[in-house]
Design a protein around this ligand. Structure first.
Ligand code: ADP
Ligand code: MG
Length: 223
């Protein structure tokens, strides 16, 4: 068996799982941001994703583009800080790319991930190696693009992306922050994760796990 397409109910399930994962990791994200930033990343994201979870119930009959755009605007208006505008823009971009589409297939993923990476790059003006969420997004985009060229199974493509995300996150430990608040700490950020890289890695891993569950005989239900 393979998962070859994601439709509205699957996307709602994946978003609900991502929200649950982020909320469960509030302390972990806050702790990382206390070392390299101002300690608000976990609290900020929790606020945003609680808002998203409250919204999901009303989105059952909406198309993919509307769902992703609304999630983006909720995140943008409720997270605050740098991450609010970055994650907000990322999900809104995803919504924009999917306009008019009924389902997401493996071949769509490289386009969407690249569009999200370009949005984060143009907004934040960071480069890979600057110790930001881009250090997870860039290798994930690359892995997803390669995997989608090999297989139409979304379980495989998302899993490859999640593995690259984790490696990208681990690599942030050996980087010195050059963007955001953490930049002012310079080489004191060495040896620690970047907060945004950690939250994005958790989202990617959660999405990959959720897609895998869609493949099981006991398929999950939308919230
Ligand atoms: P703030 O820095 O305003 O307190 P958060 O703590 O919520 O916001 O988010 C910090 C995260 O945002 C960082 O760990 C980093 O991953 C990401 N970030 C900050 N600035 C940039 C940037 N210019 N480009 C990409 N990501 C960035
Ligand atoms: Mg912060």
């Amino acid at each position: 068996m393979a998962v070859t397409a994601l439709r509205t109910k699957d996307i709602l399930y994946i978003l609900d799982e991502i929200a649950t994962e982020i909320i469960a990791n509030k302390e972990f994200l806050t702790e990382i941001d206390s070392i390299g930033g101002d300690g608000d990343h976990g609290v900020n994201l929790e606020r945003g994703f609680l808002g998203v979870q409250r919204q999901l119930e009303q989105l059952r009959d909406k198309d993919l583009s509307t769902i992703l755009t609304l999630v983006g605007s909720t995140l943008m208006s409720s997270i605050g800080g740098s991450a609010g505008s970055l994650y907000g823009a990322l999900f809104m971009k995803a919504g924009n790319v999917y306009r008019g589409k009924e389902e997401i297939m493996a071949v769509d993923l490289p386009i969407i991930f690249q569009a999200c990476e370009d949005t984060i790059t143009s907004l934040g003006r960071a480069k890979p190696g600057d110790k930001t969420m881009l250090d997870v997004l860039h290798p994930t985009t690359e892995a997803v693009s390669n995997a989608a060229g090999e297989s139409s199974d979304l379980v495989y493509v998302m899993d490859e992306g999640a593995k690259a995300a984790r490696i990208g996150l681990e690599n942030t430990k050996s980087m010195i922050a050059r963007k955001g608040r953490a930049m002012y700490l310079g080489d004191r950020t060495l040896g620690h994760y970047d907060a945004g890289a950690a939250s994005l890695c958790l989202m990617m891993e959660s999405a990959a796990r959720s897609v895998k569950k869609l493949d099981s005989p006991d398929k999950p239900r939308a919230p």
